[in-house]
Design a protein around this ligand. Sequence first.
Ligand code: NAD
Ligand code: TYD
Length: 336
Amino acid sequence: MKLIVTGGAGFIGSAFVRLLLSTPGPYEITVLDKLTYAGNPDNLAPVASDPRYKFVQADIADAVAVNAVVDEVQPDAIVHFAAESHVDRSILSPEPVVQTNIFGTFTLLEAARRAGVKRFLHVSTDEVYGSIPEPHEADENYPLIASSPYSASKAGSDLLALSYWTTYKMPVMVTRASNNYGPYQFPEKLIPLMIANALEGKTLPVYGDGQQIRDWLYVDDHCRAILAVLEKGRAGEVYNIGGSRALPNLEVVQRIIAATGLDESSIRYVTDRPGHDRRYALTSDKLTRETGWAPQMEFEAGLAATIDWYRTNTRWIERVRTGAYREYYDQNYENR
Ligand code: NAD
Ligand code: TYD
């Protein structure tokens, strides 16, 4: 089975590629990735010499480049991870978010339609449902009430992708996962940023009161869910993927503090994020019912493994924390 995996050099896409190539199997993978600040060839180093793997550097919004890759590979399926994936960056600079997440997805859908691709899996997020009041959980029919330019761009691209099933009968599936964590995550999101700062003895910037709730999903559990949807999901359907582990941010930070030997004085409460969603909560009953998937990693074990990975892979952190990272860090945190 020939796959094009967009965004395969990022955090989740690379975990998906490593998972599929970790055992003998039917998959041949071409990663299509622009290598933005978040795309890192080091993430794919474990599979670099696998004959089932190929890498093409291209922008999903570049129709000529995308059509050329699709024509050459003749994929059976496209798994679409590529995105500008960070809420804070989308607030500071929404233009690339709209360009990649909406126009890039459109370009890819058109290429897939032209080539008659048999499966198109659009990887999305539970953030499209917006903040969910207690005690509710979003199922796949919950209204889309996206708050940030990031989540609005994902909601837009979800609808566009689904329209290709409704209108053209192109077999599209959409997955909506909760917050991921694990090795190789760029240190801009909550968990890797706090771990990287803690290991360096820097302060830990908590937005607002830190009582916002996120549902944590270990990245490999997410990737197994995506594989389950790719193999067993029904065309035109949306599947939620949750970690079944809801925690307030402050508690996550406190666990990182405890595991890294810091004390609470390292927490710095900073101005809240504009439009900050208070609570995410979703049910993945549909996915479990239809594919048998369930998350396997307990949060305690997953967090310990993640901290260990960052402790061991200091060179990886140093390499991604370039001048551009420091510029972003100053812009987002210094005058907050
Ligand atoms: P990431 O930021 O780590 O990686 C994104 C990848 O996409 C990078 O390799 C980057 O180079 C590539 N990319 C960006 N713009 C591109 C373009 N125009 N053309 C080609 N490649 C481009 O993101 P991630 O955390 O791995 O997220 C992957 C997907 O999963 C995204 O679609 C995101 O919305 C979704 N998602 C993420 C989470 C999470 O917690 N991280 C949760 C649910 C859903
Ligand atoms: P993030 O990892 O950016 O994911 P998302 O906003 O997509 O859920 O943030 C997770 C939560 O952590 C969110 O409520 C914002 C909060 N947060 C902080 O308090 N401090 C930080 O430095 C970051 C990056 C996030």
